[in-house]
Design a protein around this ligand. Structure first.
Ligand code: BTN
Length: 263
């Protein structure tokens, strides 16, 4: 089965003309490329997909390993005034959309490690990086939602520092075009709906951290507690050992390796 990413193929599978898709062979980062398009007034629904990234970017300044032919590197331009969903929940919506597709295609239990690392079989197979662009008169007027998925990247191809963490999806017979088309379809269903409550409930049902002991750092100080909830803003609510409750808006949490087993 040919797995060349193709704009025509994706469009024929989506049956929705509201996305304007560009496919590139190689780019530094689809998020950076789409940011430039957004600055030049590209419309809501512009999508950039690359077969390879030379400077794939992850959260917290990390690199996102993006080799040719084996992954999906895709960015979607969303304009908050064109959607019904609270734009602060776009990252959550993208994670839920990806998990719906993974469940449908190949994986019984994809799980999301807050905020948006998606794990299958205990390995991270997808990361999401949403970046806002601000206009002085309008505030955040463009949001770039970048989604990176390891589809068939071999374990041995990952750099050493990722080899214990990263994995690939290995869908039995779905092409990258089908995966892209399904994710764009599910993502649009979620951002054209304003039911934040239902979205958060679905996100919670996919959570890898709820009811788990987690650790994290605030202002250089390490903390440990139990993740108890995701609130309506998509923030993580944690109960510390001393009974105090704190709400994390961003950053990263860690789970003991024990928690990745038995999922
Ligand atoms: C993370 O794991 O921290 C987020 C990774 C996000 C990677 C995607 S790939 C498409 C888009 N372009 C980028 O440079 N990054 C995002």
């Amino acid at each position: 089965m040919s797995d060349t990413i193709s704009k025509d193929k994706i469009n024929s599978l989506i049956c929705d003309t509201s996305y304007n898709i560009t496919v590139l062979e190689t780019v530094n980062s689809t998020n950076l490329y789409l940011k430039e398009l957004a600055k030049n007034n590209s419309p809501h629904g512009t999508v950039v997909i690359a077969n390879k990234q030379t400077n794939g970017r992850g959260r917290l300044g990390r690199e996102f390993f993006s080799p040719a032919d084996t992954g999906i590197y895709m960015s979607v331009l969303i304009q908050p005034d064109k959607i019904k969903l609270n734009s602060g929940l776009l990252t959550i919506a993208a994670g839920v959309a990806v998990c719906r597709v993974f469940k449908n295609l190949c994986c019984d239990r994809p799980l999301i490690k807050w905020v948006n690392d998606i794990f299958v079989g205990g390995k991270k197979v997808c990361g999401i990086l949403a970046e806002g662009l601000t206009n002085p008169s309008q505030g955040i007027n463009n949001i770039i939602v970048g989604i990176g998925i390891n589809v068939t990247t071999a374990v041995t191809d990952f750099p050493d520092e990722l080899s214990n963490i990263a994995g690939s999806l290995f869908p039995e017979d779905a092409t990258r075009n089908e995966i892209v088309a399904k994710i764009l379809t599910e993502f649009k269903k979620l951002y054209t709906d304003n039911d934040s409550g239902e979205l958060i409930e679905e996100y919670k049902s996919l959570s890898l951290v709820i009811n788990k002991e987690i650790s994290f750092v605030i202002n250089g100080k390490p903390h440990t507690g139990t993740a108890t909830d995701i609130n309506m803003d998509g923030n993580l609510v944690v109960t510390l050992k001393n009974g105090e409750t704190i709400t994390l808006k961003s950053g990263e949490v860690s789970l003991g390796s024990r928690n990745f087993i038995n999922q």
